[in-house]
Design a protein. Structure first.
Length: 485
């Protein structure tokens, strides 16, 4: 059952799509008429018959109305206007791409069928044709505007979440590792509108401040499970997350009963949740069961298209990138002593080791086996290295690794050998996919933390990878680079 907050944002996304489509078709039409059409006679005749507002003699549905109707109907039926539950809202952008492509194809089909066949007696052949350029202009405008709108809305939701606006106060039972993980993710992924207020824990003293993130926010322990009913009423709690993995069944059921009586949603996160993206829930004969995912294979055409894309993009980047690489190499040489390139053995697909290349951004005294710098103020980083890291130009030589086939443009970051040697059997699953220059972890807010501490990003990609997801990650990477992150 959707809350009032969710309904508001649901209607906002729906209304925005309708408005954006009509604005896009308006500007697409005028872009074509103002800059791409030189025949005044045809322009004057077309103005009264196509595209935006129909006149009295042509009272048919415009392309904008048809496009927006198909788009909204598709999104409503697919439930795409609901809040996105995925990491970094990647599914929301996947839904935007798929829904707009679907609406474009069916709008063209509608126009073709209606004006070529059903209405063939009323118009000549030339009247039935419409400019593909106007439609293309409009589609591009609409797509750019809706992506910008959704990104802005998500940014505003994040800001409001931090200030306690449009949030649902939630309480977390258990301040252990499981509880910290849940609190951290609820704070990071604000599209849920959940705001962790405090912890309850039977083994940690009341008043203790639990550090959820390193050098980040803290949550206070406000008591034990016996204080749950009182705090639900005092703090206006709308949801309870049970994260006490060692609790007996009796305690779990007693908390469930209490939440049920108070009409407060209860969410149980088992200990298995710490094995990210490997456990899935299913219903078999009316029984809810948890299952371990064994098969992470993808279709052959996904691998074929992705490899073809990697080769094509590598060549396209290397041709204009050679002058940039030469200038970067010169700047590195003039700035500090040492080699231009930094090369290091990394672990790739199925545990295969390879040499990864980067532009050197740190002083030669720094050990290659040390963990990456956590900020741009790290004294190991050179002056030119700071700029290279800020613009991600230090990653440019990795295009050679992509061309060789050791890496891909999208995938988990390749980890160092001595860290991979410490992986358990679950962490080794990230080696089932080819490492990449960019990926979910690289564009996340937790990218400054060690890779091996945030493997759930890689596990999510391993399970959900698709060509559409790769496209979304690449687009989001360009936005991050443009923002200088």
């Amino acid at each position: 059952m959707r809350t009032k907050i969710e309904k508001i944002f649901y209607l906002l996304r729906l209304a925005a799509d309708i408005v954006i489509v009509h604005i896009a078709f308006y500007f697409g039409y005028h872009t074509y008429m103002g800059f791409g059409f030189s025949n005044k006679y045809l322009a004057e005749n077309m103005r009264s018959t196509v595209y935006y507002l129909p006149d009295k003699s042509h009272c048919y549905l415009t392309l904008a109305i048809v496009f927006s109707f198909i788009l909204v109907a598709y999104n409503v039926l697919r439930k795409y206007y609901r809040g996105d539950n995925s990491i970094l809202n990647v599914k929301e952008y996947q839904h935007i791409i798929s829904s707009y492509l679907f609406a474009a194809v069916f709008t063209c089909a509608f126009y073709f069928v209606y004006y070529i066949y059903l209405n063939s007696m009323e118009h000549s052949f030339t009247d039935k044709l419409f400019s593909r350029r106007i439609f293309c202009y409009s589609f591009v405008y609409a797509f750019i505007m809706v992506v910008c709108f959704r990104a802005t809305m998500n940014w505003l939701i994040s800001k409001m979440h931090k200030k306690g606006i449009f949030v649902r106060n939630c309480l977390i039972l258990g301040a252990g590792n499981n509880g910290k993980l849940v609190a951290r993710r609820l704070m990071r992924h604000t599209s849920h509108h959940y705001l962790p207020v405090c912890y309850l824990d039977d083994f940690i003293p009341k008043g203790t401040e639990v550090e959820v993130e390193k050098n980040g926010f803290k949550l206070k322990v406000e008591g034990t499970c016996d204080d749950l009913e009182r705090l639900i009423k005092e703090l206006d709690i709308t949801s309870v997350f049970f994260c006490m993995s060692e609790a007996p069944a009796e305690k779990i059921f007693s908390v469930m009963d209490l939440c049920y009586n108070l009409n407060v949603p209860f969410y149980f996160t088992p200990r298995l949740y710490t094995i990210p993206q490997v456990i899935r829930g299913y219903e078999i004969a009316g029984i809810f069961v948890l299952s371990i995912i064994h098969d992470f294979r993808v279709s052959w055409y996904y691998n074929f298209i992705k490899r073809a894309f990697d080769i094509t993009l590598s060549v396209l980047l290397l041709i204009p990138g050679i002058p940039v690489m030469l200038l970067t190499a010169l700047a590195i040489k003039l700035d500090s002593k040492g080699p231009v390139f930094f090369s290091q053995e990394r672990v790739g697909l199925n545990g295969k080791k390879f040499i990864m290349y980067k532009f050197r951004s740190m002083k030669t005294e720094a050990s290659g086996s040390e963990l990456k710098p956590q900020s741009g103020r790290d004294p190991r980083i050179t002056r030119v290295g700071h700029f290279l890291r800020l613009t991600s130009l230090d990653e440019l030589p990795q295009v050679l690794n992509v061309l060789k086939g050791d890496m891909s443009f999208v995938g988990p970051r390749p980890e160092m050998t001595f860290i991979v040697d410490t992986y358990d059997k679950w962490q080794q699953l990230r080696l089932k996919v080819k490492p990449g220059i960019t990926g979910l972890w690289q564009i996340s807010a937790e990218r400054n933390l060690p890779i091996h501490e945030n493997l759930d990003y890689d596990m999510y990609y391993l399970q959900e990878r698709s060509l559409l997801l790769d496209v979304v990650i690449i687009f989001k990477t360009f936005f991050f680079i443009a923002r200088g992150i």
